[in-house]
Design a protein. Sequence first.
Length: 142
Amino acid sequence: MTGIELIIAIAAIVISLGSLSISIWAIRVSKSQAATQKVQAQKHTIIDLHSAWKDIHMLDPLNPITPQAMDALSAMQLATSMWTNDIGSKMVIRQHMANDFIALYDAFKICEIDLPGTKKTGKSFLTHEMGIVYGELKNLGE
């Protein structure tokens, strides 16, 4: 191998190592950005959850008001989805919504009359997944 060939080979190695370093740096930056985006998404879902629960009224199982019941069900469905898919923070649900979730679930569970305009009883709106979250929240409170 001549001197020129050796210099070219060394230059190729240096350029390759430089490219490798840049690739490693790019991967680290990408992972960092992905982690930041995940945290931002979790914050956004928690904000959505708080917004959903902001104006929720308790259900009167003997005299349900359909719009209020639907709002409560939507909030319960969002909390259930976040809980079962581990989106956001279960701690937020436990600390800020557990008592209301349990109280609403209990009210819907005994609501045997049709919600006006729906032809469905309050109880029939409860899902299996809501029941799982209800049970887990009840167990945490005991």
